[in-house]
Design a binder for this molecule. Structure first.
Ligand SMILES: [Zn+2]
Length: 269
């Protein structure tokens, strides 16, 4: 499932392609992907201009003129492609927004969705999300405050969207690896120095992932060499049995708290 870096990568690449442009045609082939009647959705979105694209947690928000916004969550299996009919991959498209010659194709929206809201309602819809881990104002003390109230294993708390927003299965494991701390460590057993290391690893891991385009395997557009660049840089996620890049021990998969988790038994404690 795409996490903060994947969605931030999409936001950065789509902004120069879409903002200021008019949506010339809207196609909805899977009515369940939208939250209003498909005909009403088309009617309200077609002809609108995209005024901004922002991200909150794992959501993208396409702001439209006329005080409306499209809220996207890709969930499991969702992916975006920007381009013409000829360029797009051979995949079923659930929603298509055409902006002149190219379109944004929403693919694999089974659990994912593209919901239309009046701008004034968006804050309410997103109200339960925790703080943004990459916000400049989110410091180490805030991090500790957000997580420190909780008890139990570290990983389930890192991926709890009400505690911190945007981190999921992959980046929680990568952050724990970078910090040298096992994901199944109990929060109450973290030492003073562990909190600092975890905070710094969270910021550096997410920043590196954004800089390298996240881990999505489909390029966003033809010729896109950035998207997915972080996949080869994942140190532990989905690498069970491979040697650790830091110490050579074999990466292990440990399931706990109904989550799978990858870590190195040699250099994480
Ligand atoms: Zn190791």
């Amino acid at each position: 499932m795409p996490e903060l870096p994947e969605m931030e990568n999409y936001r950065r690449l789509l902004t120069p392609r879409m903002v200021g442009k008019r949506i010339t045609r809207v196609t909805v082939t899977r009515e369940k992907s939208v939250n209003v009647d498909a005909a009403a959705f088309v009617d309200r979105v077609a002809g609108r201009t995209v005024t901004d694209i922002t991200r909150r947690a794992k959501h993208l928000l396409f702001h439209l003129d006329g005080d409306q916004a499209l809220l996207l969550h890709l969930m499991l299996g969702g992916v975006l492609f920007w381009g013409t009919e000829q360029e797009k991959p051979e995949r079923t498209v659930q929603v298509e927004l055409q902006l002149g010659e190219a379109s944004l194709h929403f693919i694999g929206l089974r659990l994912g969705y593209l919901h239309l809201y009046p701008t004034a309602e968006v804050d309410d819809v997103l109200a339960k999300l925790g703080p943004e881990p990459m916000s400049p104002s989110f410091g180490e003390a805030d991090f500790r405050l957000a997580l420190g109230r909780r008890r139990g294993y570290l990983k389930p708390v890192l991926v709890d969207q009400g505690v911190l927003s945007g981190i999921g299965n992959c980046y929680s494991d990568e952050i724990c690896f970078d910090a040298g701390i096992l994901p199944q460590t109990k929060l109450e057993n973290l030492q003073e120095a562990d909190w600092s290391r975890l905070y710094r690893s969270m910021r550096s891991t997410l920043a590196e992932a954004i800089a390298h385009g996240g881990y999505m395997d489909l390029p966003l557009f033809k010729g896109d060499a950035l998207t997915g660049g972080f996949d080869a840089r994942c140190r532990v996620y989905d690498r069970e049995g491979e040697p650790c890049v830091r110490c050579g021990a074999l990466i292990q998969r440990v399931d706990f708290a109904s989550k799978k988790s990858y870590s190195c038994p040699g250099c994480q404690r």
